[in-house]
Design a protein around this ligand. Structure first.
Ligand SMILES: [Zn+2]
Length: 878
């Protein structure tokens, strides 16, 4: 054997170990225990062509490994998903560590919040503790690599007995989420298997790969509305606080084979710098191990910027966790994709051309791209993360302490020092929801039983909240509560000044989304604040005597829930048209006869039932439950529609999901009073060409087969458009949100112009930003709103209502501020939007069209503007 062949033989050996080649019976298995390999259990190699792991089967496999592994695997059923499937946490570590898991968890919590812990104690934890690493698989369910890789990774960890494996098991507690979206995994598996071998093989799933929110499940990290998010959020942000987190995803098919950490520019300031250095460190080791294993096409420091939306991997750096991504090139699910070398291209941030460069030294040459290629690369990345942590246990743990300590010190020394959140808010029940969201992130929130005043002379009433920045998650607090401006510099513009689109949002100021005022304080307030230890909630009071009936505060979102509960019981409810003694426009009037229901509804909703002083007579009108229909389409589904569905369920609005055929059949007035198109493009609604959609949508050419099964090629078509017009003409209300306003404007020929359409991004650019607006809160669609507020603008339309002879038929409900429009985010080209219309109604025939340009219910996060939507769903004068 020559030196050269020996070297190759060595590489082959490393590759074989690293990639978990088909199991040799008995390899690495103690004499008395047989560990079933994935191949044996599933009947195919992970990532084999045209084979996908089925989640129920995977659940069985992890439970089997728990039995066979000799104590190295613990499977925790975290609870049911939104569709009732089991959501698993698989904890992998040595049997000795498993026996002391709770002790290690407590030690880890001390490192991640060392306030009050002595340095001697920290040093002891660093010596005795274990690194905690969390990795999550296939959150985006059509990104199938992770869920197909994890069984093999888990098997390798429990069956191999080499020194590398032993070091990992000894030094690392590995928290594996083998599917971050079990519902979606099942949908993707079943749909793929239904069509494999047919002309529709590998068709995109026609609906969302989650009951409600599809691809937005990552964005749900901000408020954790969904059960899956709550499980992972509690695991990472409260219970375990791992040192590193890797979320395994897929990207498009024609660039690098896998992106690994670190991120490209720009990064988001205010994390501890160690967290970014850790990503370079882990990413360097991952890329190194990929090359060692002979795997080509690995890129890092590219494509994904460090400042992105607050999805799981991008919010974790502000939890002092090295939050990282891998992104593998997609095949066609488990169907191989042939790629000609000429089709491979760069064109991404940090990977401008597809050729050898420092962060991409080994381009993949093209050919057949398979799920196995993805599984191999993802497995090396996941293993390398564990390996680096295991080799550097004490460094990782000490630096976990340093990150937490230094962030706390920065928070204590900087300005603002804290945020005060007054109990006296426009919608105090929504304040409780903000506080609970902060606590779900493991942020320490305090409350003042008696109230407090600040050095600057501001006073806050009893029950007000206080959030100090002298705590480890100070960067996160700053972004969730404080005005935030996306950076505008050479990292965010091309040389000619064109803005580079940020990854989704320009900011994530939850307080602004929720309409809650959080005041930055220059100086800390001491004394008379008590740490809140459990989620806050309110129980509404019911007036003991209410001769004229009860009043529900129209400013509270939850009053809509209370009214829906009353309507469920057949109670007739009125609404106040004009303010009077003790009543405001938009308040709800409940008859005294509903008294027996009041206590239970007040308890459920937190809404007070106060006594009405006198009957307002004609100053109130009968408000009735409207029959709501909402368009639901295929073509991958519509996330905004899914979020809206979820929101309606939370607030108790009954509604119907309406597909194309029902619309095309016409006579919609017989079933619906209000019809909703959630944010969408006109082409996606009508089914015209050019609809786009789908993250990895393939180019569409007449000569190339359409793999979409015919029954899922949706769009309402010209019949549907005619039926919608007929519905409005006969008195229906058409409610269009965001981009769907274009459908109403163009198909109805409304005298409304989108003033930002056609502007270049150099002229006008506004990604996910909160903008100041003026609100006509005497208008029934704005009842309960303040006169000034904030709306979320996300590449949204803004309007001019064009002058005609029929201007009296149009009503402007919300307008952008005249100047100083941006509150948070990035608004480039304010002059194009200042004073323009944000929300309007246009009469058409006997009906009304409502245009809401901004994101009024975005991701069930913008509580501050829900009422614009809700008001359109209840009956009364328009
Ligand atoms: Zn993804």
């Amino acid at each position: 054997m020559t030196a050269l062949t020996r070297r190759f033989a060595g590489l082959m050996l490393i590759a074989a170990i690293g990639l978990g080649a088909p199991a040799v019976p008995g390899r690495g298995v103690s004499a008395q225990t047989k560990i079933t390999s994935p191949e044996q259990f599933f009947g195919f190699q992970m990532g084999a062509d045209r084979k996908l792991v089925h989640w129920p089967k995977a659940v069985e496999y992890y439970r089997l490994l728990e039995k066979e592994s000799g104590g190295k695997v613990k499977v925790v059923d975290m609870g049911p998903t939104e569709m009732g499937n089991p959501f698993l946490l698989v904890i992998i570590t040595s049997p000795a560590n498993q026996a002391r898991l709770e002790q290690y968890r407590q030690m880890n919590l001390e490192l991640s919040d060392p306030r009050g812990v002595s340095e001697a104690e920290i040093k002891k934890i660093v010596a005795d503790g274990k690194v905690v690493i969390c990795q999550t698989m296939s959150m985006h369910a059509n990104e199938v690599g992770g869920i197909n890789m994890a069984p093999e990774l888990t098997y390798d960890l429990v069956s191999r007995t080499d020194a590398d494996t032993q070091r990992i098991l000894e030094n690392v507690i590995y928290l594996e989420i083998p599917s971050f979206n079990p519902d979606g995994a099942i949908m993707i598996h079943d749909f793929y298997m239904k069509y494999v071998g047919t002309e529709y093989e590998a068709a995109s799933l026609p609906w969302l790969y989650h009951k409600y929110i599809g691809h937005d499940n990552n964005r749900d990290a901000l408020t954790m509305n969904m059960k899956d998010s709550q499980y992972v959020g509690k695991l990472m942000f409260v219970d375990w606080k791992p040192q590193a987190y890797v979320d395994h995803h897929h990207m498009g098919s024609y660039g690098a084979r896998i992106y690994v950490p670190p991120y490209a520019e720009p990064i988001r300031p205010m994390a501890d710098p160690l967290v970014w250095r850790e990503m370079q460190w882990y990413g360097g080791h991952i890329a190194y191990k990929e090359e060692e294993a002979g795997l080509s096409g690995v890129s890092n420091t590219s494509q994904y910027s460090g400042w992105g939306h607050f999805g799981f991997h991008w919010i974790t750096p502000f939890h002092n966790i090295a939050g990282m991504l891998t992104e593998s090139a997609s095949a066609r699910l488990a169907t191989p994709l042939y790629i000609d070398p000429s089709q491979l291209a760069g064109g991404a941030r940090g990977l401008e051309t597809y050729k050898e460069q420092m962060n991409f030294p080994n381009p993949w040459p093209g050919g057949w791209w398979t799920l196995r290629g993805i599984v191999e690369r993802q497995k090396v990345s996941a293993w390398a993360t564990l390996d680096l942590a295991a080799r550097n246990k004490e460094t990782v743990l000490w630096n976990a302490y340093l990150k937490a300590r230094r962030q706390t010190e920065r928070g204590a020394a900087g300005k603002p020092a804290a945020y005060a959140i007054s109990a006296n808010q426009h919608d105090p029940l929504t304040l409780n929801k903000l506080v609970n969201a902060l606590m779900a992130h493991g942020i320490e929130v305090q409350r003042s039983p008696k109230g407090f005043s600040t050095a600057a002379g501001m006073t806050y009433p009893a029950g007000s909240f206080y959030v100090s920045l002298a705590q480890p998650k100070m960067g996160l607090i700053r972004y969730l509560l404080g005005e935030t401006h996306y950076m505008d510099n050479e990292h965010t513009r091309r040389p000619d000044g064109t803005p580079i689109r940020p990854y989704d949002m320009g900011q994530d100021v939850l307080a602004e989304f929720m309409g809650i005022k959080a005041d930055p304080l220059d100086d800390a307030v001491t004394g008379d604040v008590v740490t809140v230890t459990a989620p806050v909630s309110a129980v509404g009071n019911v007036a003991p005597a209410a001769r004229f009936g009860y009043v529900l505060d129209g400013r509270l979102n939850d009053s809509f829930r209370a009214v829906n509960l009353l309507w469920d019981k057949g109670v007739a409810v009125r609404r106040v048209r004009a303010a009077g003694t003790g009543i405001r426009a938009g308040d709800w009037i409940v008859p005294a006869s509903a008294g027996p229901l009041a206590a239970s509804i007040a308890r459920q909703t937190g809404v007070d039932f106060t006594a009405l002083g006198a009957d307002p007579g004609p100053a109130a009108f009968d408000s009735t439950r409207l029959r709501i229909g909402m368009y639901r389409r295929y073509r991958g589904g519509n996330m905004d529609e899914g979020w809206t569905r979820w929101l309606f369920e939370q607030f108790g609005f009954p509604f119907a999901e309406v597909y194309d055929a029902e619309i095309r059949a016409g006579n919609l007035n017989a079933k619906y009073d209000v019809f909703i198109f959630a944010d969408d493009s006109t082409a996606m609604i009508t089914g015209e060409p050019g609809g786009g959609g789908g993250e990895f949508q393939r180019a569409s050419f007449a000569g190339v087969p359409d793999t979409t099964p015919p029954e899922y090629r949706s769009g309402i078509g010209s019949d549907g458009v005619a039926a919608i017009k007929d519905f409005v003409r006969k008195g229906g209300t058409l409610l269009t949100l965001g981009g769907a306003t274009d459908f109403a404007i163009t198909r109805f020929g409304l005298p409304v112009r989108n003033v930002v359409a056609g502007l270049s991004s150099k002229e006008f650019f506004c990604p996910g930003s909160t903008l100041r607006v003026r609100i006509d809160n005497a208008h029934p669609l704005a009842y309960g709103m303040p006169a000034e507020g904030l709306v979320l603008f996300h590449y949204s339309p803004a309007f001019d209502v064009v002058a005609t002879d029929f201007n009296h038929r149009n009503e402007i409900v919300v307008r952008y501020a005249d100047r100083n429009v941006e509150r948070s985010g990035w608004l480039n080209g304010e002059k194009y939007i200042a004073s323009k219309t944000a929300m309007a109604t246009v009469a058409h025939g006997a009906g009304t069209i409502v245009l809401i340009g901004f994101r009024t219910q975005n991701r069930a996060q913008t509580h501050g503007t829900y009422k614009f939507l809700f008001n359109a769903l209840v009956g009364g004068p328009r």
